[in-house]
Design a protein around this ligand. Structure first.
Ligand code: KIV
Ligand code: ZN
Length: 534
């Protein structure tokens, strides 16, 4: 391999680093749905998880390796500390993948060595070399990361990288773990590595960075100009603390400004060829899927995928865009897969039309998923005359959400109004199949519903986020409710879509409670917690 590749490798870490943000926890089926969509998006490498971290993580990596790690599919990767047991777990979980990669790491900055690892530089050098060689005994594709590289003494960094490459690393990744560096510093660091690591031509130089100062994407673009050829990023920029570099921003920057970047990759300036393998028309859909399944909302002004990213409010801008789009738009919304919200289906549309349109939108559902989604479609079509592509997407995303099926909402009734005390009655089916009904009074209808649900489920929790968004304009629009709740230090999310936002609120809450309930079951703490009345 050589670092002189003339295109940029997109390494997606949504399912590993992205999933590390509070409340973004996904179950195996949800991870698989996202991994399949990442494959459709065209990412080169999927970091599917950290196999050693837990049995759930191991299974998720293995399942993704089996289903997505196929011939001509993306490389499936697992993270592993530079520890034998981690590397063995990664290698085992990755066995089913046709193209697999172990990504092993160890900290190299003095501050991490002194306070976290309590090891000398010589010890770290030896471990890095030994563990890369150990990983290499399982497969050929090995990535090595010197964690906190951006704050590591450059001379030491060069030595570690040289030894890792000599031991078999085919990609060396340079993480700005704490999001500290600035674009020109990061660019200079990549240049320094390429000039000073003698065997660097035997590896791809990759970058990884966090967004603590809002500079991750800018840092990466500077790194590309200086020779980095792999970018580690996440959908919607989710991740630890302020998140990771956002995939959609990087890809679209490289696409829209390819004439600027072409020469840095040895291409003629006017080359129209894409700099990445990404099918940009899948970006919006992937963003919505990740947001729905993780419960991490996308801020309206977020570049590329925010609700306002293509909206023009000022009169001057609107006037210009009407005369010629290019006056105020640097890219066409269709490039990221935003359609014109066409009205496509209605109450009388049949299963065939439904299936065909979903196929056109890129959803490949199994027969049972399609049946479930069709039932939901008919319910929605009874209430809402015209079903747009965005409605279809909301219905399907809701159906493929895989929150554990423990409690189920059977009935929600509220009574509220200016002179009434908001009162709710709910019936839930319990995991044991029993139907339980309870009622409560609240400060508003949603509060009343949540109190009634709490009386049935009886698991203490604190609601920390509640949001309702309409999928389309219009009084009969589908409302999407996203909630996050906290139990001790853990955050759980829930999402639901319905034309009735009170019903959506109840379903989203029960989804999140189901995740919490399942986690207590796994920890065998359920009986102790439910013994006390909420
Ligand atoms: O931020 C970081 O340094 C990481 C490494 C494990 C690559 O996520
Ligand atoms: Zn990271």
């Amino acid at each position: 391999m050589t670092n002189k590749t003339d295109r940029i490798i997109i390494f997606d870490t949504t399912l590993r680093d992205g999933e590390q943000c509070p409340g973004a926890t996904l179950n195996i089926d949800e991870k698989l749905v996202i991994a399949k969509q990442l494959a459709r998006l065209g990412v080169d490498v999927i970091e599917a998880g950290f196999a050693f971290a837990s049995p759930g993580d191991f299974e998720a990596v293995k399942k993704i390796a089996q289903v997505v790690g196929i011939e001509n599919g993306p490389v499936v990767c697992s993270l592993a500390r530079a520890i034998k047991a981690d590397i063995e777990a990664a290698a085992e979980a990755l066995k089913p993948a046709v193209n697999a990669r172990i990504h092993t790491f160890i900290s190299t900055s003095d501050i991490h060595l002194e306070y976290q690892l309590r090891k000398s530089r010589a010890e770290v050098l030896a471990i890095a070399e030994e563990m890369v060689a150990y990983a290499k005994s399982f497969m050929t594709d090995i990535e090595f990361s010197p964690m906190d590289a951006a704050r590591t003494d450059p001379e030491f960094l060069y030595q570690v990288l040289e030894r890792a490459i000599a031991a078999g690393a085919t990609t060396v990744n340079i993480p700005d773990t704490v999001g500290y560096t600035t674009p020109s510093e990061f660019g200079a660091m990549i240049k320094g590595i390429i000039e000073n690591v003698p065997n660097i031509d035997q590896a791809i130089v990759s970058v990884h960075g966090h967004n603590d100062l809002g500079l991750a994407v800018a840092n990466f673009l500077e790194a590309v100009k200086n020779g980095a050829r792999q970018l580690e990023c996440t959908i919607n920029g989710i991740g630890e603390r302020a998140g990771n570099a956002s995939l959609e921003e990087l890809v679209m920057a490289l696409h829209v400004r390819r004439q600027y970047f072409n020469p840095y990759l040895g291409r003629p300036e006017d080359s129209q060829e894409s700099l990445t393998n990404i099918d940009t028309r899948q970006i919006y859909k992937t963003s919505r899927l990740v947001s729905n399944l993780t419960g991490m909302l996308v801020q309206p002004n977020k570049a590329i995928v925010g609700a306002n990213a293509f909206a023009h409010e000022s009169g001057i801008h609107q006037d210009g865009v009407l005369k010629n789009k290019l006056t105020y738009e640097i890219m066409d919304a269709q490039l990221i897969g935003l359609t014109d919200n066409q009205i496509v289906l209605g109450k009388h549309s049949g299963r065939n039309a439904f299936r065909t349109r979903l196929k056109e939108l890129g959803f490949e559902l199994s027969d049972s998923e399609l049946n479930k989604a069709f039932v939901r479609f008919k319910e929605v079509a009874d209430k809402k005359k015209e079903i747009s592509d965005w409605d279809l997407e909301a219905i399907v995303n809701d159906e493929i959400q895989q929150a554990p099926d423990l409690f189920r909402v059977e009935l929600v009734q509220v009574s509220c109004g200016s002179n009434a005390r908001p009162t709710a009655t709910v019936t839930l089916r319990t995991p044991e199949g029993e139907e339980l009904t309870d009622a409560a009074i609240g400060t508003g209808p949603v509060d009343a519903v949540y109190k009634a649900i709490n009386r049935v489920v009886n698991v203490p929790n604190e609601l920390i986020e509640f949001s309702v968004q309409s999928v389309t304009a219009g009084i009969d629009a589908i409302g999407e409710v996203t909630i996050r709740l906290r139990y001790e230090s853990k955050v759980f999310s829930g999402h639901a879509a319905n034309t009735d936002i009170i019903v959506a609120s109840a379903q989203a809450y029960v989804n999140a409670l189901n995740r919490l309930y399942a986690s207590l079951q796994t920890q065998e703490k359920l009986e102790e917690v439910t013994a006390q009345k909420v």
